[in-house]
Design a protein around this ligand. Structure first.
Ligand SMILES: *Cc1c(COP(=O)(O)O)cnc(C)c1O
Length: 388
């Protein structure tokens, strides 16, 4: 059976060069990077070289990069770390309704400690409202956290504008850039961002390794306390092979970004245009331009998304509805609901997230198998009979 992977926003395959770069650190350079003897030197160099590569991808200083265990941990570290460090100043956090659960559930957890959160709405294109943000800030606001790019729709937030406003008001600004890093250019010398999360497995690196950018001068309480690793900011012996893999992935992302953007944009256009031609009653969700090059989120009217995904899986096509964290539940996507998409349509929504290895043939195969699947499912829907 054909196997086609259109779920790169859930995770990406490890790039061959990444796996190769990691191998020596599993086999030979297995020492503890904190050791002062010979066994620690290679691993220490591996970690510091990787830090330089991650810093180069973001155009920041190496001392501003902390390695963590996941994108989720980076988000927790940023949000809780800033909240705990500033609780004498205020208890108010501003975020959006379309964040990843790693952010939303962290804010909910902090509510139990007396922190209050404002959840900004989004428009029908999935963009946060800057005016609403401006009105939400109070003297008690200590943190604004808004995602760079949405994992379900690919919509890219006006990070520059939000950052400039946060700076003007003296409020710390964090962005969950897990979906953006490696897909769009990010220059932290120009962007007014104080903290930024990224994760290895979303950019062809290994799972269980991630990073948090913390701008020089920004103080936060550590999430994981222990030894002196990561300049006392994250205790625990470093995941050396993972860190080396993340570094290699960052290096490849920087080198190939332009080429990959062109490749993915063309494929996504082929997919969206082809789908609109071949399947009636569909809508493409999210801002038409302010979107990651690889993400297409499509609502199929009169169709149940989960059964559509199962039918696609039987044809070897891997796609998903919403985020991996919400699939398997019957709750409608909180992202699409926040965009004002009717609940019936949110249930018929599928995310196709493309990646490096996808080809025009992959897209054409999808466009070939999709119409009969949708037609068959619709033929069983009493609503569709009435609408045709
Ligand atoms: C995947 C993802 C995360 C979580 O990263 P993990 O490394 O899987 O913990 C956080 N935010 C966004 C936007 C994501 O897509």
């Amino acid at each position: 059976m054909k196997k086609i992977y259109f779920d790169h926003n859930a995770t990406t395959p490890v790039h061959e060069d990444v796996a190769e770069a990691m191998m020596p650190f599993l086999k030979d350079d297995w020492g503890n990077p904190s050791s002062i003897h010979w066994a620690g030197r290679g691993p220490r160099k591996g970690v510091e070289d990787a830090r330089e590569k991650v810093a180069a991808l973001l155009n920041c200083n190496t001392a501003e990069i902390i390695f963590t265990g996941s994108g989720t941990e980076s988000d927790n570290h940023a949000i809780k770390g800033i909240a705990w460090a500033n609780k004498s100043k205020g208890n108010h956090i501003i975020t959006s309704k379309v964040e990843h659960p790693a952010v939303i559930n962290t804010c909910k957890q902090l509510a139990k400690e007396g922190f209050e959160t404002t959840y900004l709405g989004v428009d029908s294109n999935g963009l946060v409202d800057i005016d609403e943000l401006k009105k939400a800030v109070t003297p008690k606001t200590i943190l604004i956290t808004v995602m760079y790019a949405n994992n379900e729709t690919g919509v890219v937030s006006p990070i520059n504008e939000i950052g400039a406003f946060a700076k003007e008001r003296g409020v710390t600004f964090h962005t969950d850039a897990v979906q953006a890093v490696g897909k769009v250019p990010i220059d932290l010398q120009k962007l007014n961002v104080d903290l930024l999360s990224l994760s290895g497995h979303k950019l062809y690196g290994p799972k269980g390794i991630a990073a948090l950018f913390v701008k020089r001068g920004v103080r936060l309480v550590p999430l994981v306390t222990g030894g002196h690793q990561e300049r006392n900011r994250r205790g625990g012996t470093e995941n050396v092979p993972g860190i080396v893999g993340l570094g290699k992935a960052a290096e490849i992302a920087l080198k190939d970004m332009e080429k990959e953007t062109a490749h993915l944009t063309a494929l996504r256009q082929r997919l969206e245009r082809g789908m609109a031609e071949k399947v009636p009653h569909i809508t493409i969700n999210g801002h038409p331009e302010k979107r990651l090059p690889n993400t297409a989120n499509i609502s199929f009217e009169f169709v149940e998304g989960e059964s559509l995904l199962l039918n696609l899986d039987m044809k070897g096509i891997a796609a998903s509805s919403g985020s991996a964290c919400t699939s398997g539940s019957l709750e409608p996507s909180h992202v699409l609901v926040a965009m004002g998409i009717p609940v019936e349509l949110t249930h018929g929504s599928v995310r196709f997230s493309l990646g490096r290895a996808n080809t025009a043939d992959d897209v054409d195969y999808l466009l070939e198998v999709m119409p009969p699947i949708v037609e068959k499912m619709r033929s069983m829907s009493p609503l569709y009979a009435g609408a045709k």
